[in-house]
Write a new protein. Structure first.
Length: 192
C-alpha cells in the first residue's frame, strides 16, 4: 500500500464525515423534490463505483456484490423516476451536489487503485455509503410530504440494510484493513 493511497482514503473518509454531518441536518427539512434528487444521486453514485469494480475486482465476492449493486440501484433509480412522475415532482438534482461529488471522488479512487486494494476500498466505501444513506432515508421519511415518496423511502430501507450487511460481509472476506474499521464507526446514528 502506498502513502498516496492511504492519503486518498483519509481524504475520502473526511469527505464522508463532512457529507454525513451536512446530510443529517438537511434531511429533516428537505422537500420531496430534494429527497428524490438525493435518492437518484445516491443510486447513480453506487452504480458508478460498482461498475468500476465489476471490471477490475480481484475476488469473485467483490465482483458478485458489485453486480448486485448495479442491478439493485439501477432498478431503484427507475423506481425513483416512476415515483417522481406519479407524484408530479421533479427531482431536485441541485440538492445532491455533495453526493455527486462524493461519488465522483470515490469512483476516481477506485479507478486509480489496483489489485486487491480495489476490493478492499470498494467494500469500505459501500459500508460507509450505505450507513450514510440509511441514516438520511430514516431522517427523510417523516419529512416526506407526498405519501408515494414516503412509501418509496420506507420500501428502500430494507434493501439498503441488506446491502449494508453484504458490504460488511464483503469487508470481512476481502480483508477490511483499508478503512473499513473506520467505516463501521462513521455513522453510528444510523442504528446499524
Amino acid at each position: 500500500m502506498t502513502g498516496h493511497a492511504g492519503g486518498s482514503r483519509t481524504a475520502l473518509l473526511a469527505a464522508v464525515l463532512t457529507l454525513a454531518g451536512a446530510t443529517g441536518a438537511a434531511a429533516q427539512n428537505m422537500s420531496d423534490a430534494a429527497i428524490l434528487g438525493r435518492m437518484a444521486a445516491a443510486d447513480q453514485g453506487e452504480i458508478m463505483q460498482a461498475q468500476v469494480v465489476v471490471q477490475s475486482a480481484q475476488s469473485d465476492a467483490a465482483r458478485s456484490y458489485a453486480e448486485m449493486i448495479v442491478r439493485d440501484h439501477t432498478s431503484h433509480l427507475q423506481q425513483v423516476q416512476t415515483t417522481a412522475q406519479a407524484a408530479g415532482v421533479a427531482p431536485d438534482t441541485s440538492a445532491a451536489r455533495d453526493l455527486a461529488a462524493h461519488a465522483m471522488q470515490a469512483t476516481q479512487m477506485l479507478q486509480s487503485a489496483s489489485g486487491a486494494e480495489v476490493d478492499r476500498m470498494f467494500a469500505a466505501n459501500m459500508v460507509q455509503d450505505h450507513q450514510m444513506v440509511i441514516g438520511e432515508v430514516q431522517r427523510a421519511i417523516p419529512a416526506a410530504q407526498n405519501a408515494q415518496v414516503r412509501t418509496l423511502l420506507q420500501n428502500t430501507l430494507p434493501v439498503l440494510r441488506t446491502h449494508l450487511r453484504g458490504a460488511q460481509a464483503l469487508t470481512r472476506t476481502v480483508g477490511g484493513n483499508s478503512g473499513s474499521r473506520h467505516s463501521m464507526d462513521v455513522h453510528k446514528d444510523t442504528g446499524m
